[in-house]
Design a protein. Structure first.
Length: 127
């Protein structure tokens, strides 16, 4: 059996339509997509556009049932040093402690950060 590259697998799955899949297949694809994106955003990867970053984070956070707050830590050339989920909350909120965020940034010697959090309720604004 021929081994496929990540790009070949990604290309094969992009042609699928959600209506053609059952729930288990949809979850499997999200899991696979998350793994592909984790590989793409491994340490040393340059963040080349906001759209690329947004796509990665949307897929990373797609299946979360509770709010999380995290950070992409970058060096001075905007290469990814680390991706960390720093806080987990409930379905409608997560407490964030700035001191912990700063400690984590100093720990990895980050020059820049991209913060992220999700809205598992689907509402883009707080209530």
């Amino acid at each position: 059996m021929k081994k496929e590259t990540i790009t070949e697998v990604e290309d094969r799955f992009t042609s699928l339509k959600p209506s053609e899949l059952n729930e288990q297949e949809k979850r499997s694809i999200v899991t696979l997509a998350t793994k592909v994106l984790a590989f793409k955003f491994r340490a040393g990867r340059v963040l080349s556009s906001p759209e690329e970053t947004r796509t990665y984070l949307r897929l990373k956070l797609a299946d979360y049932r509770n709010e999380v707050f995290g950070c992409l830590f970058l060096n001075n050339r905007h290469r990814v040093i680390a991706v960390r989920e720093l806080f987990q909350g409930t379905i409608d909120g997560a407490s964030v402690h700035p001191r912990v965020v700063v400690q984590q940034a100093l720990e990895v010697n980050a020059a820049a950060m991209v913060f992220f959090h999700n809205h598992p309720s689907g509402a883009p604004r707080s209530a």
